[in-house]
Design a protein around this ligand. Structure first.
Ligand code: HEC
Length: 136
């Protein structure tokens, strides 16, 4: 994603999510406190453990991008578990198994939100990993 002044970006993001949503299961734009905390933690985990290979803005460096049309097309039909289990079992690529269960949940929630992928209401937890996305 290109850098843009924050004031220009806000309405753009709002209109983008308006286009991408339109389904009743899409969470409200304002996250719950628990969700906001999870997204903060997820971003921190991403920066510390993932960005070196996947890029500061998910754009991909030595590893594939974690955004973009192909990534979204793949994951928008799958429950959060798909991304979650892949990360839990194979990432970070050079240090797999080093994230806590909570860190895996947090970074999954962060990637779902950054890509505006279907996700359950509130913070992502073990009990909501099988949230079924709405039929496109
Ligand atoms: C040392 C570099 C490295 C680090 C650090 C790393 N990854 Fe990866 N990641 C890769 C590589 C390489 C692939 C492609 C693996 C393959 O195709 O088999 C990949 C693939 C992925 C995929 C699959 C992408 C797709 O298109 O389906 C996801 C999701 C992912 N990584 C998430 C993460 C997350 C989250 C972290 C941080 C917790 C992380 N990675 C840290 C190197 C890395």
């Amino acid at each position: 994603m290109r850098r843009a002044p924050a004031l220009l970006l806000l309405p753009l993001l709002a209109s983008l999510s308006a286009v991408a949503t339109g389904t009743p299961t899409t969470p409200p734009a304002v996250p719950t406190p628990a969700q906001a905390e999870q997204l903060q933690r997820g971003e921190t985990t991403y920066v510390l453990a993932c960005a070196i290979c996947h890029g500061d803005r998910l754009e991909g460096v030595s590893a594939p991008e974690l955004g973009g049309a192909a990534f979204r097309a793949l994951y928008r039909t799958l429950p959060p578990r798909a991304l979650h289990d892949l990360i839990r079992d194979t990432m970070p690529y050079d240090r797999r198994g080093t994230l806590s269960a909570q860190e895996v949940l947090d970074v999954t929630a962060y990637l779902l939100r950054e890509n505006d992928l279907p996700r359950p209401e509130g913070a992502l937890g073990a009990e909501t990993l099988d949230h079924v996305p709405p039929t496109p």
